[in-house]
Design a protein around this ligand. Structure first.
Ligand SMILES: Nc1ncnc2c1ncn2[C@@H]1O[C@H](COP(=O)(O)OP(=O)(O)OP(=O)(O)O)[C@@H](O)[C@H]1O
Ligand SMILES: [Mg+2]
Length: 262
């Protein structure tokens, strides 16, 4: 059964009176329980828009979202989701355990649950030795890992990660990858967005390619390579985008002028 489902999910951003930007255009997704699902796409293709619509941070212009059978504004359902935003901002002067406590309180967890989860999560993200260090002194990799730990504080069934490996060195990327595979083993469903084809290729069970707010194609790597008659994900990515652009209006952005310029 699909744990996340969208039906013709659409977001049009209004820019002033006469301009619109297509953030997401009639996207139909079905994400199965227990899979790692990767959303790939160039800058501005709608990845973050899609994730924010699923989380209920953005309101759709039209279409539907169902998560575990509930719509995205169901507060109870939110307890089952962990989210790591694209550019998280954390208070510099908190330590890792203090940050996790802050997030634990947001989920109204009891102090003893917070203490227990903090120990487990710091162990999981390999930050147990840095308990007294403030985030100000964390490396990018450490910040990414504490962010992941924070998104897991409520032991969510679904983890939504917006570009979890951006800015990380190869070791940091591998650590994140291993961590995500471990979380999958624990039964979590993981939805992530990325620019990094090789990352996605290595860990995702299925891949969706977005471009200009459109879902171009979705499937497992083998199936997609066969469908596009290509040998690598990179070739397939470029081919899918070129095919779409050749059939659609060209231009650098998703902006549409609504004609009437008064
Ligand atoms: N708040 C907003 N107001 C107006 N337009 C927006 C807004 N947020 C996003 N957009 C536009 O919607 C489109 C999709 O943006 P989105 O941020 O979802 O893309 P993305 O795939 O996450 O890009 P990136 O890889 O750069 O993170 C882009 O054209 C973007 O300019
Ligand atoms: Mg984005």
């Amino acid at each position: 059964m699909a744990i996340i489902e969208t039906k013709d999910l659409t977001k049009i951003y209004k820019l002033g009176r006469n301009k619109e930007v297509v953030g997401l255009n009639k996207v139909n997704l079905n994400i199965e329980e227990g899979e790692i699902f990767g959303i790939l796409g160039p800058n501005g293709s709608g990845k973050t828009t899609c994730l924010k619509l699923l989380l209920g941070i953005l309101f759709p212009t039209s279409g539907e979202v169902k998560i575990m059978g509930k719509d995205q504004f169901d507060v109870g359902m939110k307890m089952n989701i962990g989210f790591l935003p694209e550019n998280p901002y954390y208070y510099d002067y908190l330590t890792g355990p203090e940050l996790l406590k802050f997030y634990g309180k947001l989920f109204s967890l009891s102090p003893s649950t917070i203490r227990k989860r903090t120990e487990e999560l710091l162990e999981l993200v390999k930050l147990s030795d840095a308990k007294r260090l403030t985030l100000k002194h964390y490396s990018k990799g450490m910040l990414e890992r504490i962010g992941l730990a924070a998104s897991l504080i409520n032991d969510p069934k679904i983890l939504i990660l917006d570009e979890p490996t951006t800015g990380l060195d190869p070791i940091g990327c591998k650590e994140t990858r291993d961590l995500l595979l471990e979380l999958k083993k624990q039964g979590k469903t993981i939805l992530l967005s990325s620019h990094f084809l090789s990352e996605v290729e290595r860990i995702c069970d299925r891949i969706a390619i977005f471009h200009r707010g459109n879902l171009l194609t979705v499937g497992n790597l083998e199936g997609l390579l066969a469908k596009y008659n290509t040998e690598t994900l990179e070739e397939l990515f470029v081919k899918a985008i070129e095919e779409f652009d050749s059939k659609n209006v060209k231009g650098d952005t998703n902006e549409k002028s609504l004609g009437n310029s008064t």
